[in-house]
Design a protein around this ligand. Structure first.
Ligand code: ZN
Length: 349
């Protein structure tokens, strides 16, 4: 049965050049005078200093300033326990682990969370889930959408290009995720939230209209990934953002000798899954041509044997999650595809 849809969306959204230097003013406007800042360990200079300068210029005290090196549940629990009572908001700055950890600690503390990604490698900077590890195993835990999302488009543009490509990979997986969701509806009656599906689908098309890696392209990519996170919140599930391609990537994370960036794995898996679904393959391929995604993967190819095993294991990764891989063994077909498809061939060794 559908639940009536009512969600809390981010209240502050800034996607623009120079936004990093305005974090302090955004916090000051909301009277968040003491905050906890979680920064990715090793975040490239001068980005942490720019945030610190912006806070100090507007009289914001960093009651806590932590460099985050891992996304362990145990670390999140410790940081939550150590959080001073004076802290009125959490700010996550950097990449995946710091943002996931900050999001989760904010959720535990019921404090507003400001997400400040410095690259766009996946849709986690504005999603209602936190990806943490518990005793070494990856877990996607329920959390809340950020109160604020601050994306400095110039900072993200200057990030290593492979991170942006990973973001593109995570974005195209929405084609296959939505398709799987519709397959699940027909196979099991699992309801599709029409608006979430529409938002997810529409967000990709905005980026497809301008795929260059420039300030406009980065803004569109950031917006698309953000709307995807909101689509997850609307549907109350990961369905709008995650289908068989995510199951393959999760399986790879478990079995691969050297797991790669989530978005790179998911992007190639989305292309493969699109062939199995018989839909959107040429759109994904064209986007990968335009952005140089294929070339980046071919420069450091995946292991064919690991991927075949991942496809075999994917359906058992998440129970009661119908996808195009359910009820059939797609492994022999994918095995032929990895060597027979002219685009995939150079991506594997
Ligand atoms: Zn993803």
């Amino acid at each position: 049965m559908h639940r009536a849809t009512q969600i809390a969306v981010p209240t502050l959204v800034r996607v623009k050049e120079g936004a990093l230097d305005r974090v302090g003013i955004y916090l000051a406007r909301e009277k968040r005078t003491t905050v906890a800042v979680f920064v990715s360990e090793g975040l490239q200079a001068p980005l942490p200093d720019r945030v610190a300068a912006s806070l100090s210029a507007h009289g914001i005290q960093p009651g806590v300033w932590v460099e985050v090196a891992d996304n362990r549940m145990e670390t999140a629990a410790q940081l939550f326990t150590d959080l001073p009572g004076s802290v009125t908001a959490l700010v996550g700055v950097g990449g995946g682990k710091a943002l996931d950890l900050a999001k989760y600690v904010a959720f535990l503390a019921r404090l507003p969370y400001y997400s400040v990604p410095t690259s766009l490698s996946n849709d986690g900077f504005c999603s209602p889930q936190a990806s943490l590890t518990l005793q070494g195993k990856r877990r996607s835990l329920p959390a809340a959408l950020p109160f604020g999302v601050v994306v400095d488009s110039a900072v993200c543009l200057a990030a290593p290009v492979v991170l942006t490509l990973a973001g593109v990979g995570d974005l195209v997986s929405k084609f296959t995720a939505i398709h799987d969701w519709k397959l699940a509806f027909h196979a099991t009656g699992e309801p599709v939230n029409d608006f979430a599906a529409l938002l997810s689908d529409g967000s990709i098309h905005a980026f497809l209209s301008h795929t260059a890696f420039d300030l406009t392209g980065i803004r569109l990519l950031a917006t698309a990934l953000m709307l995807n996170g909101i689509a997850m919140e609307i549907s109350g599930s990961s369905r709008p953002a995650s289908g068989a391609e995510h199951l393959i990537s999760h399986a790879l994370d478990l079995i691969s000798a050297r797991p790669r960036l989530h978005g790179l794995q998911v992007g190639i898996a989305a292309y493969i899954v699109s062939v199995l679904q018989g839909a959107n393959t040429e759109q994904i391929a064209a986007l990968f041509d335009a952005t140089g995604f294929w070339t980046a993967i071919a420069a450091d190819p995946f292991s064919r044997a690991e991927w075949i095993e991942a496809v075999r294991q994917a359906p058992s990764i998440k129970s009661n999650y119908y996808t195009v891989l359910s009820g059939r063994d797609a492994t022999p077909y994918v095995e032929r595809l990895l060597t027979g498809d002219r685009r995939l061939r150079p991506c594997f060794c």
